[in-house]
Design a protein around this ligand. Sequence first.
Ligand code: BTN
Length: 331
Amino acid sequence: MSTKNQLLTHLKEGKGNWVSGEFLGRSLMISRAAIWKHICTLKEEGYIIDSSRKKGYLLRQATESLLPQEIQEGLKTNFIGRNNVVYFKETDSTNTRAEHLANEGAPEGTVVIAETQTQGRGRRGRSWFSPPGAGIYASLILRPRLAPNEAPKLTLMTSVAAVETLRAFTTLAVTIKWPNDVLIHEKKVAGILTEINAEMDKIHYVIIGIGMNINTPLKAFPGEIRKIATSLLIETGNRFSRVSILRDYLERFEKCYDEFANEGFNPFMSRWRALTDIIGKRISVDVIHSTYTGIVRDIDEDGFLILQDRDGNLKKIISGDIALLNQRNMS
Ligand code: BTN
């Protein structure tokens, strides 16, 4: 652990009490000037620290930033985010950064986090609104032993982990819209972007990016997004600790990923079904050059959507964007 983070640990252990400069100097074997330098850096990182010539230093409030030392403190995972958390105050897109790191050999479990993204990317070439400090923008590097055509299952698995996290922090009805939109009251609160680098029969790596709107106020969303997006703040009137939510998500994700590796996709089919409310609904789905309408009957063991058209024929949809239709005339 870096000296700065050791100093932070001492301040945290002080639990709101003054910690003397003499004690810090002795424990860390550094000079008063060095202590002061680290205190200044911590303040820049957003920690609120009082200092007094006589009494020393007192940590009033931890930072609200998603800094690696905050995420990793008490993180109960074996490999996700354990050794490798890469943090940007600002970057273009955490998925793009993760891709570069993966190409350079970053290990499985590397987490890339940004406080804000200037070119946050969504599915199907869309952008992801990523204002500073309001949401969670994080990408995971994975190196699963799967065939490339199995990667979509990872996305569905991720949506289960994300919804279970958001449900753990609120009493809201957080649901999944196939394949991986996370909704509250039919507005999007989180989205998942999975990108793979593979040969025909082998995955080199998968990047799973998640964006969660946590403390974003309604007026911060640009007009056109305001109609379709929401945040935990908007839905509950309360602010949430992004650090706690991200930590919980990483822990759930790892459990799901291990279960997926050991037991396959089957356990997730029932979990996914329990978290969606689109089964039995009349929808339209945009697939590259066509639009299909019908009633959602299920997802299959590959994670594809099973749609029943008006003639009763079943169609498998591999990927697309769905919209709920008027629910009259259902059979
Ligand atoms: C979608 O629903 O369209 C997917 C949105 C995914 C957004 C996240 S934010 C972190 C990561 N980096 C990106 O550029 N995109 C994903």
